[in-house]
Write a protein that binds this ligand. Sequence first.
Ligand code: PLP
Length: 378
Amino acid sequence: MSGVERYGHGGDRWTAGEMFARSADTFIDFSANINPLGPPDAVMRVLREALEDKGAPVLTRYPDPRARNLKRALAKRYGLSEECLMIGNGGAELIDLVNAAVRPSRVGVMTPSFAEYEASARKRGQETVYLPTEEREGFQPEPEALFKWVRTVDLAYLGHPNNPTGLTIPYRQLLAVAEEAAIAGTVLVIDEAFLDFVPDGQAHSLLSRLMDFPTTVLLRSMTKFYALPGLRLGWGVASPDWIRRIEAHQVSWSINGLAQLAGEAALTDQFFEKATHRWLSVERDFLMDGLQKLSGVRPIPGEVNYFLLKLDSSVLEGSAGVSRRLQKALGERGILIRDCSTYPGLDDTYVRVAVRSRKENALLLQKLEEVLEKGEVF
Ligand SMILES: Cc1ncc(COP(=O)(O)O)c(C=O)c1O
């Protein structure tokens, strides 16, 4: 694969720097969906104290191989039993570890969705079975097709909310698909990496009902909402039996000491959560409004901190590679966006942008207008 996403993801300012002849640090990054308010003060305080502690034991000692304190904090916060919890070096590690534990022949992946689901299958030579969704159907799977797909595979991944559409799966449908998976003996991974951004997100999750669904695994990430992608931290919930089987594949000390401390501290900062929801409701409307006023792009209303944008095909006639060219035109101006043509199920008329601070969102709108009006892309 070529292009800024050649290593599979947004947020790669190093590759973008090489491609657009700029220093990696100079981009405003709309291609990774990281909360611009973070990390929370409580996290920064704990990390600073840990590093300044005489001899910096957090660095000079091995981390707790069981991440006990963090598991305890998560169990308390979400009313779970510790034996139902696992911690990962990012949600990405857990996505892969589930595959290692299940050893499926056929892996179900909805399209479009996060690249790591399919990557975990591809590297092990497993067959991928797609569940296509279409924009004209609101990127929601047709229920019968969803149930059939779940019955057909050994392991299935659903993004909830999904990346890159930003859409959740209706709760009733989640319940039904988890039930279907249990009957079929399919392991169903519901990836809730972005659920914290959804107001009242817990009400949309199967978390409190998970023990009714012995083959369902829920995954969460702490890197997006708490702005810790450089530290790497995620967690998951499943039956104690599945937790043991999944953890058996994890490399020892996978969760470093700083990440464990940061995770515990993040859970205590409820002011940060409220501030994030306030910021997001205001800035998402601001960005949506501005995007809707631009000709040539159409934002798809999602529920989280990013938008999938459809580039207007009437303007695009005969112009291949438009998402790449829009990314380049903005990249040269110091703005990094996600070219979505690399997602199975999407084409070069889709890009994705994160919601950031007011100043940054206004700059994105201004640069988009400049590029679209100059006709550099179309
Ligand atoms: C849907 C989804 N799940 C999981 C992840 C992995 O996140 P992390 O490994 O940083 O926790 C990402 C990262 O972009 C994602 O988009």
